[in-house]
Design a binder for this molecule. Structure first.
Ligand SMILES: Cc1cc2nc3c(=O)[nH]c(=O)nc-3n(C[C@H](O)[C@H](O)[C@H](O)COP(=O)(O)OP(=O)(O)OC[C@H]3O[C@@H](n4cnc5c(N)ncnc54)[C@H](O)[C@@H]3O)c2cc1C
Length: 252
């Protein structure tokens, strides 16, 4: 499996359940780079390794070997991973050909303003194909809100889109994972964490300037809705830090 993101891991796990030996090659040094920080990814990796998966992290693929059919994947460091089936699950790219034909700029997506209007007056765009305030979301709730804003403005209204809190509730290899906002993968901010490696649980709440700015809940997503609401409302949590430190989410 080339790509250790959500869809790659799901496909890998399905094949594993069918009795295949699975090796996952991921360009980033950790799994689920968008949803997990290094500590959480390590718990997920340990759990998947205990199921029999092998991982090659921080690894770049060079070539798929084989003549009539695949026989393996060669990495840039020269190591060879043998395998009879290679699946690439390495992200999505906007199908922006139409925008190009219209003479619109296409970066990672088509840039739009807060009214979902492209650089050409009267031409609107929304969803996975757009780039708003340098963000390409690629998630359903963002596409839905953007579509509503674009539709309202096309129909003569005047509404704006302020962005969507990045949030995902997923089942990764059968285990619940919820991640939202800024997961602070580099550990720049304060955080309340709970790690139980034996039971494959990892939880983290990121606090930036007295406000919860993001979270990761792996293996136990109790309280996720409350945490997400606090992120969206930019709730000041300075008065309840003691309770949050004990994972008393009812304090929120
Ligand atoms: C496998 C998978 C799983 C996902 N799971 C989740 C999830 O669990 N949660 C979540 O929030 N998001 C998920 N997503 C992302 C979610 O599907 C997208 O964010 C959402 O579909 C975006 O909606 P959209 O209308 O912008 O684009 P799309 O749903 O991609 O719709 C675009 C449509 O436009 C058509 N089109 C393209 N070019 C042209 C053209 N020139 N003329 C006419 N039609 C054209 C395409 O064929 C397509 O039907 C997942 C995505 C994938 C691929």
């Amino acid at each position: 499996m080339i790509g250790g993101g959500v869809l790659g891991l799901e496909a890998a796990n399905s094949l594993r359940k069918r009795g295949h030996d699975i090796s996952v090659v991921e360009f980033f040094p950790r799994l689920l780079p968008r949803q997990m920080d290094p500590e959480g990814a390590e718990v997920l990796q340990a759990q998947m390794e205990s199921m029999g998966c092998r991982f090659f992290l921080g690894a770049k693929t060079k070539e798929i070997s084989g003549d009539d059919r695949a026989s393996g994947v060669l990495l840039e460091d020269g190591s060879m991973i043998e395998g009879g089936l290679v699946i690439i699950s390495a992200g999505v790219r906007a199908q922006a050909g139409l925008a190009g034909t219209l003479g619109l700029t296409v970066n990672r997506g088509i840039p739009v303003n807060d009214r979902m209007e492209t650089e050409k007056k009267g031409v609107f765009a929304a969803g996975d194909v757009i780039e708003h305030r340098d963000m390409c979301y690629g998630i359903w709730p963002a596409a839905q809100t953007q579509g509503e804003v674009a539709g309202t403005n096309i129909a003569g209204g005047d509404v704006t889109y302020e962005g969507t809190t990045m949030s995902n509730v997923l089942k990764v290899v059968g285990i619940d994972l919820a991640a939202a906002g800024d997961i602070d993968a580099d550990g720049k901010y304060d955080a309340i964490t709970h790690k139980d490696r034996d039971n494959f649980i990892y939880k983290k709440i990121v606090i930036k300037e007295h406000v919860i700015s993001g979270c990761i809940l792996y293996g136990d997503i109790t309280g996720y809705r409350k945490i997400l609401k606090a992120i969206e409302e930019k709730k000041d949590v300075s008065g309840i830090m003691d309770r949050l430190g004990k994972w008393d989410i009812s304090a929120l």
